[in-house]
Design a protein. Sequence first.
Length: 291
Amino acid sequence: MQQHGCTRSTAVVRVLRNLLKYAILSHRWLREGEPTYDDVSKGEQWMTESGYDKFLRFCEKAHEYGCALAWSDTCCIDKSSSTQLEEAIRSMFRWYRDAHICIAYLADVLALEGLHKDVWFTRGWTLQELLAPRAIRFYGKDWKPLGQLEGKNDKEDEQILIELSRVTDIPIPDLQNFSPGTNRVQEKMVWASKRRTTRVEDTAYSLIGIFDVSMQVAYGEGDWAFHRLMEVIIQRCDEWGILAWAGPPSTHSSSVTSSRCQLEASGGLSSPLHMLTASLPLQPPNNGHER
């Protein structure tokens, strides 16, 4: 049945999306006191932790945007479950994209002019948290908006977009409407090269959604994670420039960079990617166990 150009199923989906719309938090973790999944499960016992105020303010902002649901990575992922952790990492980009609003809390700044000073722009995971959401709102450490007070989406605020592009070197069109995929690999790696992760494996895992690829999550594998990411990208990418890099090679293949930080433009390569990678030894080392 179709009425006014809208099917019944489409109408149901719209109603459910409105009822179940959620806000999602992007933030830099505290060194200690950040509420965890276990803390939240304890009920009121964790409310004295230093991270509680941030969580409470986030929930207040979610309510202001008409969201009955709020999602924060530290509180909503049971990291003791490897299955749940892997699902979260592989789904993270989609969760941020589907959010009604992303609340980005910048704990180091009070005004837009100081945007470049915030550590949020140096962390690996926050790259996809910047690119994935359709709507994002930046708040300073006093929880006041960094953009125009009447604004609802900072991706529509020209002043903020200009400053974001200046700080990140990401073009404004990508900040507004980023499309994940294995195109423009070098450019995306340059964006990522300015950022760091606490765990070496997250250098790769934080880029899964940006490149829209699928790979197993296995903490403990070290820099093999980035090598596997490159392998998956190479298999799907036809841009020969992906092999234009400088610095030490991966310990697993002399043809692949050991780090996203070393990928850079080069005019010295002229062969198509599929020809250059035809003989790459991209298999795990035969050391008696799976990587």
